[in-house]
Design a protein around this ligand. Sequence first.
Ligand code: PMP
Length: 435
Amino acid sequence: MTKAETLARRRQLLGHNLNIAYQNPIKIVRGSMQYLYDEEGREYLDAYNNVAHVGHCHPRVVQAGQQQMAVVNTNTRYLSDLINEYAANLTATLPERLNVCFFVNSGSEANELALRLARAHTRSKDLIVLDHAYHGNTNTLIEISPYKHNGPGGQGAPSWVHTVPLPDLYRGLYKSGDVEAAEKYAQHVNEVVAQVGAGHLCGFIAESMPSVGGQIFLPEDYLKKVHSLVRSAGGVCIADEVQTGYGRIGKHFWGFEKYNVVPDIVVLGKPIGNGHPIGAVITTREIADSFNNGMEFFSTFGGNNVSCAIGIAVLETVLEEKLQKHAESVGSHMLQQLRELMTRFKLIGDVRGSGLFFGVELVRDRNTQEPATEEAASVVNQMREEGILLGTDGPFHNVLKIRPPMPFTDSDGDRLVETMAGILGSQISDLRSQM
Ligand code: PMP
């Protein structure tokens, strides 16, 4: 089918609130490592898809899935060495107290389960969330995701959800020059804790680097302070590592490690299956035991043999190909180059990044920080025409979001930055002069 026919058929058959990326949609028919290919064989450098963590269709992962599919694929009610091996390998990457795994099929399911665990352990429901956060697509997760319930079509937060300001040191309430920013942001959590009352708090959930919020890095001591406040009120701390785990941020394997904290529950999704739907929740034995209240927990597909074989292969690939170190090296080179771009183009208000996780925030005026939303969309669409795939995010959709598959190289990064410089230098100044 031609691209136009595929689009028409999709419009007829699928829900219309499934977004399509780019003004000029792309029909992808094949992928290989950090590249995607359309129906005409055109190659795109994928600088956006953090799901294909070890690379699109990585041969080792493909082989693991194919082999296990031909042997058996059944559920967790039968004994299997695969699930035990996967759980052992996963927990070996985590701090010692996080040593019990549950497997599901998506990040949303994993966050849902994390909430069930937290509620069972604390016997409370009140939850603290960061503004602009996104944790998944179910009813309850929309309720804890301000990005959704305060956005188009949303109906606000229920009374048990307490939203605190996003600790964004560039655009937030307290900025990077403020040495007390961490304390001031944590004070908002303290206020909720006081309002809810000790013994009535379920917990706190946050991404270790809020991604939908705009690729945000938290103030250094923020999580430490928040975890201490939440625990002193009897709550548990949940780290949503769906976007930030598995070595992506380079220096650390897990996002929370950057802040020297150990959460009580860790939620995993996207990259751990490299495109195969796997979600996981890892917690302490104590919390897992609270959840073991007589009601069976069962997921038909969660932890099936094929998923475990794939999950094992992905993790082994991350470790054996030393992708964390690779992300650190390629990422620091690219961060330097993006910062250099900022000295040349006033449109760039802020550049932040760690490993292969970057945000480039576009503003019309560096003083007022007026979000350059249309310009960001224009850059992304121009980049797509040049064969490089990026996205935007943040409350104003003015943050260029760069999170490529981990095999992304220095020369891929050079190409991305050079292409972006060309676009910022020409098309965007044209666009600005038309406004
Ligand atoms: N948590 C975070 C931080 C996410 O970014 C996402 C997906 N974008 C989810 C949870 C939900 O994951 P899924 O789409 O696999 O259900």
